[in-house]
Write a protein that binds this ligand. Sequence first.
Ligand SMILES: *Cc1c(COP(=O)(O)O)cnc(C)c1O
Length: 378
Amino acid sequence: MIPERVAAAIRAGRRPVCAYVYDPDIATRRIADLRAALPAGTRVLYAVKANSNPDLVRAIATHADGLEVASGGELDLALAAGAQTIAFAGPAKTDDELRAAVAADAMIHVESAHELRRLTHLARGHHPRTALRVNRAADTPSGSHRMTGTPTPFGIAEDDLDTLPRDLPISGFHLHAVSNNLDAAAHARFVDDAVAWSLTTARRLGITLTYVNAGGGLGIDYTGDTTFDLNRLRITPPPAGVTLTVEPGRWIAADTGWYAAEVIDLKRNHGRWFAVLRGGTHHFRLPAAWGYSHPFTVLPVDDWPHPYARPEVSNVDVDATGELCTPRDVLTRAQHVDRLRVGDVLVYARTGAYGWDISHHDFLRHPYPEVTVLPPVS
Ligand SMILES: *Cc1c(COP(=O)(O)O)cnc(C)c1O
């Protein structure tokens, strides 16, 4: 199902159609729903790396409690978007980035003993807000990527916490550990455990705990109907004085985006039907990166201005492939179509997170998609 105003924006675009349409209202509704499901006082940040379109980020910034950034570029974007608060993580922060984060009064998630020493030195005369990003020894709930409980470059090893330099005041811990977790009950257990661990560890280290950031990681099912069920996200309120923060990216942004690409050719090779698109994985790399088939909806375009026959298939399975010269440029494998014609448009929902932002835009130098950010409805 393509919402009417999304279809209208796609139809209004240049031909051949190649476009992203973003609806920020969907992100702001997600934020309101999540906040309502979380313990009172929990702060909901948006992880900018999921989709850094400036208009979308600005719209989200007015509803979220802040933005989570992972680079100096994202920090600049968050400042320009008017973020209420900014949190800054990232395993390779440069001195310039740390200085900019201090100047922006961002909460800095410190990722190593060396980074803590550098920050102490760079921040002389300032009072940076800091929390320790920790790679806990314990295992994390299931998801597509694991950041902790396993060897990664993210955060400080739990074993090293006792020997850290302690020149800067530390307000708590950042424990982002997982991506694309669809099990809300398991996620609630993870957050509860993060708070309990933070209380115990802060006591041991002599830290006055005020801040626990449980990261993002709420999941989206790209190929099925599973949803991250907020009714099962029953998180225990943290004790007085401790503020819980979460910072999802994917779950807030995925459903805000539609990627639309016109069928340029239809052909059969070695027994398979191919719909070849004006577009592809250089605009939406996620299915290629993760190795799954992203479903599409056909947006029929009836007008056919040419004097020659319009190619058409019906009742077949097609692979939807892009305009790149590589057999890996595949968005969809073997999806059934009742009818598909050259000139129709394939519309990919759930492309608002880790779509354009993670893709290799300049490979083959095709023109970029048109981008439309829809205005708020109310
Ligand atoms: C990527 C990231 C997020 C957001 O993760 P999602 O899976 O998109 O929710 C949050 N925090 C940190 C530190 C990240 O790196």
